[in-house]
Design a protein around this ligand. Sequence first.
Ligand code: ADP
Length: 199
Amino acid sequence: MILVGLTGGIGSGKSTVSALLAAKGATVIDADAITRELQAPGQPVLTAIVDRFGEGVLTDDGELDRPGLASIVFGDDEALRALNAIVHPAVGVEIARRLEAAAGTDGVVVLDVPLLVESGRDDMAALVVVDVEPDVAVERLERDRGMTAEDAWARIARQASRAERLARADIVIDNHGDRAELEARVDEVWREILALPPV
Ligand code: ADP
């Protein structure tokens, strides 16, 4: 497989790029999606979360109340560590399982893991960074996702900075232009990816 990482700050266009790459045939391993799957009712991860934080973190339907849980761990380092100790290993195992399934194929695998830069993984052929100025990201998040500017800026402040991400990038996708420009750039990047060494 050709293994590449994909990262970008919130609102950078990472999900859009990820979908464009998937449409070209890449297998996308999306850590956020895996996290949501593993937190579904009946999954051991959700049981462990309820054991630690109580039934109060469930909605009436028995689903995880994400905003409720977020407000419990926000500003409480010990609670956050406990939550991460439940969720991160399980997500890691599932990512490894999916990588294993793709190993030995000649397909492109895109690791879409938000903490890629923070975690300093180094087993990828290239790290692709979707880059946009925070001002533009906030504008798009307000316009398309109904987020308040305040919330968007707070989330950006909790992530790696634009400069930190760019410093680690092998391939940069500049997303300051319109969608057609983004698609054209992804076409170019796809050709670059296909020329990378497989692992
Ligand atoms: P991320 O996954 O990085 O948070 P998204 O891919 O969801 O970002 O993009 C944030 C928002 O901006 C989405 O609503 C998306 O449709 C929109 N968007 C992404 N790229 C562009 C672009 N080049 N022009 C206009 N809107 C864009």
